[in-house]
Design a protein around this ligand. Structure first.
Ligand SMILES: *Cc1c(COP(=O)(O)O)cnc(C)c1O
Length: 360
């Protein structure tokens, strides 16, 4: 048997999460966000599970081309737009929709030759201060684009910094800024504002196209599993492995590099084939939850490159070969992330290429 770690990706769970997003945003069309290799799940698996989406949104033009190669003929949105003229050429050839967030991207469009109109997502910086035109510059950018023969439909777009906050305050400032800026430009234009947090919490911001990412993968926008428990979202990835060695410790024996964990009493520990080179967070502390034979047990000792250790006191039946879930169907990735002071997004994206993937 090979090294026992693997990531299981359930395409059924993706489809089910997509249907749930549709129920939340019945009036909107859906860009399924599949950037970062579909949040670590694999673009091809995502394409299979999300085939009922209205469009796929991602960053790299070649990832969009891969979707075309899989057979996807529908809309593809490049969330950061194009990075140079060659990028734009490819995007135009494949009929991708592109975000435009700075004047230089309009210059590229103006210089593009050949037939065909490119659909645009014109991005406003409504307060997050990463990408987008300042509100004062927005109408001028729109007018410049509208005058270009290379440009097709223009959708108005912004992105929230705090859509996951539990009250309306999370989006009120940015939504107000967005609305007042575009008020003068006409109500007939389509709009796209909502990420996962806003889809779940702010129906008033759904508009024409929503852009769910993390909830499609069954994890929480704020990294707290409690906040999505009961919504019906299903974890898509399970990271699984097995116990490959067992040690009997005496009181005072230590575990792993730096001897961080010292056994308070005699105890059995299991060694699991999963380490930071698989994407497990190296900064996870003692006590970080791990599921062994279906029981939550504490991780003990420093995470090493290829292994972690777990206390087996509460699972006397566990031993060599016992099944371990690092996160997934029975242990929310957000619970592991919370213990490791990060969010599920980061853990899912960080699974490394050496982990074999089974798409089911
Ligand atoms: C990543 C991203 C999203 C999806 O965010 P989630 O929090 O995962 O739903 C939506 N819109 C833009 C512009 C993004 O970059």
């Amino acid at each position: 048997m090979p090294r026992p770690i693997r990531a299981v990706i359930r395409t059924q769970a993706l489809s089910s999460n997509l249907s749930l997003v549709r129920q939340y945003a019945k009036q909107s069309r859906i860009w399924s966000v599949v950037k970062a290799n579909a949040y670590g799940h694999g673009l091809q698996a995502a394409w299979r599970g999300l085939a009922a989406t209205d469009g796929f949104a991602l960053l790299e033009v070649f990832e969009g081309v891969r979707l075309r190669e899989f057979g996807w003929q529908g809309p593809v949105l490049l969330l950061e737009g194009v990075f140079d003229a060659a990028d734009l050429e490819l995007a135009r050839r494949h009929g991708f929709t592109i975000a435009v967030h700075k004047d230089e991207q309009i210059d590229l469009l103006a210089a593009a030759v050949g037939p065909g109109k490119t659909d645009i997502y014109l991005k406003m910086n409504s307060g997050m201060n990463r990408l987008g035109f300042a509100p004062a510059a927005y109408a001028a950018a729109y007018a410049r684009l509208r005058a270009l023969p290379q440009v097709g439909e223009i959708v108005l777009m912004t992105h929230f910094a705090n859509a996951d906050a539990p009250d309306r305050k999370g989006i009120a400032g940015q939504l107000g800024m967005f609305e007042s800026t575009i008020g003068a430009m006409g109500r007939s234009l389509s709009r796209s504002l909502s990420n996962s947090g806003a889809i779940l919490q702010h129906p008033e911001a759904h508009y024409d196209w929503v852009r769910p990412g993390i909830i499609l993968y069954g994890a929480a926008p704020r990294g707290k599993s409690k906040e999505i428990a009961g919504l019906g979202l299903k974890p898509v990835m399970s990271l699984e492995s097995r116990i490959i060695a067992v040690q009997q410790l005496r009181a005072g024996d230590t575990v792993g590099y730096g001897s961080r964990f010292a056994a308070p009493r005699a105890m059995r520990i299991g060694v699991v084939a999963c380490g930071y080179a698989d994407g497990y967070p190296r900064h996870a502390p003692d006590g970080c939850p791990v599921l062994v034979e279906g029981v939550r047990v504490p991780m003990v000792g420093q995470v090493s490159m290829d292994m972690i250790c777990v206390g087996l006191e509460s699972v006397p039946q566990a031993g060599l070969g016992s099944v371990v879930e690092l996160w997934g169907e029975n242990l929310p990735v957000d619970d592991v992330a919370e213990a490791a002071r990060t969010v599920g997004y980061e853990l899912l994206c960080a699974v490394t290429p050496r982990v074999p993937v089974s798409v089911v």
